[in-house]
Write a protein that binds this ligand. Structure first.
Ligand SMILES: *[C@@H]1O[C@H](CO)[C@@H](O)[C@H](O)[C@H]1NC(C)=O
Length: 934
């Protein structure tokens, strides 16, 4: 039986794999096929009628509450508007007396947000104006129709319910005969409580009351039945952004950075799904869901975080920006086209929206991160290069791949093991034939300065010989079906069940499995990859868990779906921290929700070896980065399919400037380690990797500043050039902080690329940009055609910035700890520059006790100086071996370094378009000045 199923599955698997044409969208729901989405979307043509009930308004020190009524069915709601510290408002709407409580999201926010004081500015019949105590922010609440206008410094930036698309399906008793979907409101369902009967009976009948949809109380998709015991319970609300020209955010989609209009198409969908061979330029759901959306215009940026973990669809309305409509507007004298807007539609839960008011892009990113947190400073090794494939077959394979990297002088930090290392996909166990001595294997890697990452998925093999399964069964740790049994689905191990990570006891148990006393075949340096945690269920509806499963607290899977992976990660992170309390965990996850960035890095899942997928690696990671996930990357080379030499070369080059850098491939692809390609390819890849390693001090400093200041590591151009409309939609370029401009080659067979140098004003004035290979200077904003060789990664450093590098070549980043630094100083128009460097032990939490050096370098008046931010307590044995200065008009004759009043002459050389100050030889923790002599 077991064998037969296995064979059948293998056949199905191979059939699926031979067609590399991409996903069949028919396997996933459209909005029209999803009852709550089509119901909620209908409101877009009729509008809704919600109003504040007069006399119910209460104001408090930091908030305001009132009752709302749906004027069509007279159902009542409460709403609460809170002011939060950090130019943020929180809007919550729930039923006043729900039949039973509705789900409220937990664990996504970093902590309970701090509220800010408000005062009432003005109260008239129909509206009330509140403002924060600093008078910066203001909300005007309109009673009928219900609407809230949010102002930043007296400029209207967001309106909630501008289009009157608020839609809130109250919980109700199942009608006696629900099949026709019209019976709502009629008493008599067998399980109706007496109280509710009365309430229902008193409610006047109106068209708004009936849910006229055959899917309201049960629905089917393909062969799957959803029992929907709670019936219709959707929530939806629209937000408009009057100051915006573009909307972006709401990852994860394989689409452009700027969101496209959904008029005439499906909305963007947020529902964590394992999509086999996903396609690009698509609004389909993928593995992660982060419901934060920003509206950006030249003057203002604002955003909305829609905190809901049920299935969510987002309609996008963007102003027509074509020439004809602008002309029409001009001629007709109309001020502008309608404001860009978004309509969030969720299947259950409540309305819980955070409005971040900006005013600048970096402000909204930080305001959002203040709510959901940031990725904590990772260990340095995790910013190096990761080598993975499904699968490295055995210990010899691992050892040989590792040694080949050394043989060919290519740096590599981490070897990865996919599911085949386990004993029959039983996680926390090893295949004893292929991996008889895992600890020795780990130790061998450790001795080389390398790490091992192994996969641990959430599905559990239903096997009475497997301790994990037995524990979960005996203790009732699995997610349950509606009738209280352990849910069984099909995944890699065959028949599988899924731990209910929403239960803190289950999370504790799971975290405990990482203890070295339990998982004693790895070391405290072995890190973890959490895959398949949407969760993926091969035989489930849309390859995931049925919505009527039951979780801890009696919540339906429907209510919590998008948070399942997040809860899994919380357990893993806790497990790794307990395993070794003074070592920062590294976890890679596929599923994610808002806040998951506090625990894990992400990658863009199972992409394909095609140029379009390479291009989307940047688009997708930019969107993730502004939604909190700076630690993002894509499978280098593409997971499915076989990249040719050129695609693989360009992919490595592109990934050199994305935060998470891992080569990975499907089990059916050809082996693609760099030495299996012609020599040139190997050398191009090596060149890219050396470049990556030389910039590790910049990446590391950037991640420290992400934790410190909530500022994304990689950024779209509009972040620092918010007024330059030309760059709003550019998503084939990215910034690393505000120091590097990266425009990788992502097209086949090109000898030049068009690069856009952004403008700092509306007069096409730009920063200076220095080619990082030659220090040749770009002085004008605008498009430039730049020639590229096969080795070239087009990258520029901004004039006005200083960044740290390490230029000695090593096998792995861990061996670079004591290596000396090079500072690259690129001057702006005034001959000035500044920039930071952060360093510590690269591994432990000691930095949180002050064991670090954080320094700001400044160049002005021909002199480079440093200034420590905090005490430079960390004892580093590194020093500065070189200072490169680009942008000097004449070459100085020498330089003088002064430390503690003692001066010394330094040699200065010219190289390309820069000068090099040789061997300052200063320790990292001393004050110094280097003066150029003419
Ligand atoms: C560990 O390294 C030693 C020495 O190179 C080698 O003989 C042994 O096979 C390695 N063991 C594993 C499990 O990789």
């Amino acid at each position: 039986m077991h064998l037969t199923l296995g064979i059948i599955l293998a056949i199905i698997g191979s059939l699926m794999l031979t067609s590399v044409t991409g996903v069949d969208p028919n396997n996933f729901k459209t909005c029209e096929q999803s009852s709550f989405c089509r119901r909620s979307r209908k409101i877009q043509s009729s509008g809704s009628k919600y109003a504040i009930i007069p006399g119910t308004l209460n104001t408090y020190a930091d908030s305001l509450t009132a009752d709302l009524i749906n004027k069509e069915n007279h159902h009542q709601f409460t709403f609460k508007l809170e002011a939060l510290v950090g130019s943020t408002f929180r809007l919550q709407i729930d039923e006043k007396q729900p039949l039973h409580p509705r789900y409220r999201v937990e664990h996504a926010l970093k902590e309970e947000p701090k509220t800010a004081r408000i005062s009432v500015q003005k109260e008239t019949d129909g509206e009330i104006t509140i403002s924060t105590d600093d008078h910066k922010n203001k909300a005007v609440i309109h009673g009928d129709p219900f609407r809230i206008d949010f102002y930043e410094n007296d400029v209207l930036v967001v309106t909630a319910n501008a289009k009157n698309w608020l839609y809130f399906e109250h919980l109700r008793q199942k009608p006696a005969d629900a099949a026709d979907g019209h019976a709502d409101g009629e008493a008599g369902a067998g399980n109706a409580a007496a109280d509710d009967d009365q309430q229902q009976a008193e409610a006047p009948k109106s068209p708004g009351e009936a849910i006229d949809d055959p899917g309201a109380w049960e629905e089917n998709f393909k062969s799957h039945h959803d029992s929907k015991p709670n019936g219709p319970e959707a929530v939806a609300l629209d937000f408009s952004f009057p100051e915006a020209e573009v909307l972006f955010g709401i990852p994860e989609h394989a689409d452009n950075f700027v969101l496209r209009s959904t008029s005439g198409t499906d909305p963007y969908r947020l529902y964590n799904l394992d999509v086999f061979e996903y396609i690009v330029e698509s609004k389909m759901a993928l593995y992660g869901s982060v419901p934060v959306l920003y509206g950006h215009g030249p003057r203002r940026t604002a955003g909305v975080y829609w905190q809901n973990v049920a299935e969510t669809w987002v309609d996008i309305y963007t102003a027509e920006t074509n020439v004809v409509s602008s002309l029409v507007n001009f001629v007709s004298g109309s001020r502008k086209s309608p404001s860009p807007a978004a309509h969030f539609i969720s299947e259950s839960g409540i309305v819980d929206a955070f409005i971040v008011l900006g005013p600048k892009p970096i402000d909204v990113f930080k305001q959002y991160a203040a709510l959901t947190g940031t990725h904590p400073l990772p260990q340095l090794f995790s910013l190096g290069y990761h080598q993975s494939r499904w699968n490295y077959n055995d210990e010899r394979d691992v050892a040989s791949v590792s040694s080949k990297f050394d043989e060919y002088d290519i740096p590599m930090d981490t070897m990865w093991l996919d599911i085949e290392y386990t004993d029959g996909k039983r996680y926390f166990t090893w295949d004893k034939f292929k991996f008889p001595e895992p600890l020795t294997m780990v130790k061998n890697l450790t001795e080389l300065g390398r790490h091992l990452v192994v996969i641990i998925d959430p599905h559990v093999k239903r096997d009475t010989g497997y301790f994990f399964h037995n524990d979960c069964t005996e203790r009732g740790y699995y997610v349950k079906t509606r009738d209280g049994n352990d849910y069984e689905g099909w995944c890699w191990p065959g028949s599988s069940s899924y731990p209910d990570f929403f239960n803190p006891v289950v999370r504790d148990y799971y975290a405990g499995q990482y203890a070295l006393s339990k998982f004693n075949t790895v070391s405290e340096n072995t890190m973890i990859w959490n895959d398949m945690n949407e969760p993926s269920v091969f035989n489930g509806p849309e390859v995931t868990a049925p919505k009527d499963l039951v979780h801890y607290g009696n919540w339906e899977h429907r209510d919590v779906h998008n948070l399942y992976g997040h809860m899994h990660l919380m357990g893993t992170f806790d497990g790794l921290e307990k395993r070794d309390p003074n070592q920062r965990p590294f976890i890679l996850t596929r599923a994610h929700f808002a806040g998951s960035q506090r625990y894990a890095a992400i990658w863009t899942g199972d992409n394909t070896a095609e140029w379009s997928h390479l291009q989307h690696s940047i688009k997708m990671c930019l969107t993730e980065a502004v939604a909190g996930f700076s630690f993002c990357g894509a499978d280098v080379g593409g997971f499915f399919g076989n990249p040719d030499s050129e695609l693989l070369e360009r992919w490595y080059q592109t990934a050199t400037f994305l935060p998470f850098f891992r080569g990975h491939a499907h089990i059916d692809t050809k082996r693609r380690e760099p030495w299996l390609f012609p020599e040139r390819t190997r050398l191009v890849i090596r060149d890219a990797l050396l470049k990556r390693y030389s910039y590790l001090p910049l990446w590391y400093t950037s991640f420290y500043e992400l934790e410190l200041k909530n500022e994304p590591v990689i950024r779209p151009l509009l972040t620092h050039y918010p007024a330059d409309k030309e760059c709003f939609a550019i998503d084939n370029q990215l910034l690393v902080q505000d120091r590097l401009l990266v425009r990788p080659v992502m097209q086949q067979g090109v000898s030049k690329v068009d690069v856009y140098f952004p403008a700092i004003d509306d007069k096409k004035n730009g920063d200076y940009w220095y080619d990082v290979d030659t220090y040749q200077r770009q002085e004008r904003a605008g498009y430039e055609s730049v020639p590229v060789t096969e080795y070239k990664i087009p990258v520029w450093q901004r004039g006005g910035s200083i960044l740290p590098k390490k230029e000695r070549q090593r096998r792995a980043s861990t061996l670079m700890l004591h290596d000396p630094y090079t500072l690259i100083v690129c001057l702006d128009r005034q001959g000035k520059a500044e920039g930071t460097l952060y360093l510590d032990d690269e591994k432990s939490y000691d930095y949180r006790q002050g064991q670090y050096i954080y320094v700001n370098y400044e160049f002005a008046h021909n002199q480079l100086t440093n200034r420590f931010i905090g005490k430079p307590k960390y004892k580093s044995s590194s020093w500065i071996e070189r200072v490169v200065i680009a942008g000097l008009s004449t070459v100085p004759q020498s330089a003088t370094i002064t430390v503690n009043g003692v001066s010394q002459q330094l040699e200065v050389l010219q190289q390309d378009h820069a000068v090099i100050v040789r061997k300052p030889g200063i320790k990292m923790n001393v004050d110094f000045a280097i003066k150029l002599n003419y």
